[in-house]
Design a protein around this ligand. Structure first.
Ligand code: G3H
Ligand code: 13P
Ligand code: ZN
Length: 316
């Protein structure tokens, strides 16, 4: 069942965070649905602009619709990740997306407000939720690269103003994470102090944490042992997901970790089966391994075993 992120957040706020997982193909979709059903968790499927271009956006939509039929108990939102204004309008008009993210965080505050407000007006007219972003994460967001020196944590006072002026339904805040597999140099924690201040000024308002992959070091070691060369990677401590959820983070974005699972499975499979050239055996293993990974993240997010209660609260 497709619901809006707003419906998911209402149930989750302050108690747990909903995992928001990016998908690009059928194998990821099957692993994601499977992992969320075995762990009995609601979830958000995120589609980036890049994912919509890979094969074709209609293929991705058809895959998600089919997975929804194969797993009829699944409760999920379909969300545009890091949209520009035009892509938001396309997704709002598609009749398929239940929420969109307008990412104008690289613009000035006033421009960000103006663009976000236009998207909110169009989306709300169709019952679609809107995530906006304030502050800048380091790393690569689609075609925009923000180096660590230019990453800016979200200013809590500005966040309050921004939400009041735009009417957005959730806000992606920069609290020390960045996209990709190289988040920190040395040990670093989330900026819980900033989160606390935002929560105090925006009580009850759902916050979003991008760049939340944990970049498991055993996964990276297996990739490297099978021929990979990934050096200096580091992710978020996944034991910080729940404390962040208690401070209002209701959506936690995870993409990179799924790519690592894919790379590990395929590198190991073709290393161990050098004469093989059928991609399906490796694809099957990936679906199972990705499902296991998703279920493990849902436990850490606190979203595991929330499905029955959510269904009741939705009156379904
Ligand atoms: O924030 C970016 C997401 O990880 C999506 O990545 O644009 O390469 O699909 P992508
Ligand atoms: P990661 O690169 O940490 O997986 O973050 C993904 C993300 O924020 C997608 O919007
Ligand atoms: Zn992101």
């Amino acid at each position: 069942m497709i619901v809006t992120t707003g419906q998911l957040f209402k149930h989750a706020y302050g108690k747990y965070a909903v995992g928001a997982y990016n998908i690009n193909n059928a194998e990821q979709a099957m692993g994601l649905f499977k992992g969320c059903i075995t762990s009995q968790a609601p979830f958000i499927i995120q589609i980036s602009k890049g994912a919509r271009k890979y094969t074709d956006k209609r293929v991705l939509e058809a895959i998600i619709r089919a997975a929804g039929e194969i797993f009829p108990d699944a409760i999920f939102a379909v969300h545009l990740d890091h949209g520009d204004e035009q892509t938001c309008y396309e997704c709002i008009d598609s009749g398929f997306f239940s929420s969109v993210m307008i990412d104008a965080s690289h613009e000035s505050f006033d421009q960000n407000v103006a663009i976000t407000k236009r998207v909110v007006d169009k989306a709300h007219a169709k019952g679609i939720s809107v995530e906006a972003e304030l502050g800048m994460l380091g790393g690569v967001e689609e075609d925009i690269k923000v180096d660590e020196g230019h990453a800016m944590l979200t200013n809590p006072e500005e966040a309050k103003d921004f939400v009041a002026q735009t009417g957005c339904d959730s806000l992606a805040c920069a609290i020390g994470t960045s996209h990709g597999a190289f988040k920190f140099k040395g040990k670093q924690s989330l900026h819980f102090d900033v989160l606390q201040k935002i929560k105090a000024l925006l009580p009850g308002f759902p916050l979003v944490m991008h760049g939340s992959s944990s970049v498991p070091q055993d996964e990276v070691a297996r990739i490297n042992a099978a021929g990979g060369k990934i050096a200096g990677s580091m992710g978020v401590d996944p034991n910080e997901y729940l404390p962040a959820a208690q401070l209002g983070v209701t959506k936690v974005n995870i993409d990179t970790d799924g790519r690592l699972v894919w790379t590990r499975v395929h590198r190991e499979y073709f290393r161990d089966n050098p004469g093989d050239f059928d991609f399906r055996p490796a694809g099957k293993i990936f679906i199972e391994e990705y499902a296991k990974f998703i279920a493990s993240r849902n436990v850490l997010l606190g979203s595991a075993n929330q499905l029955a209660d959510l269904r009741k609260s939705l009156g379904k």
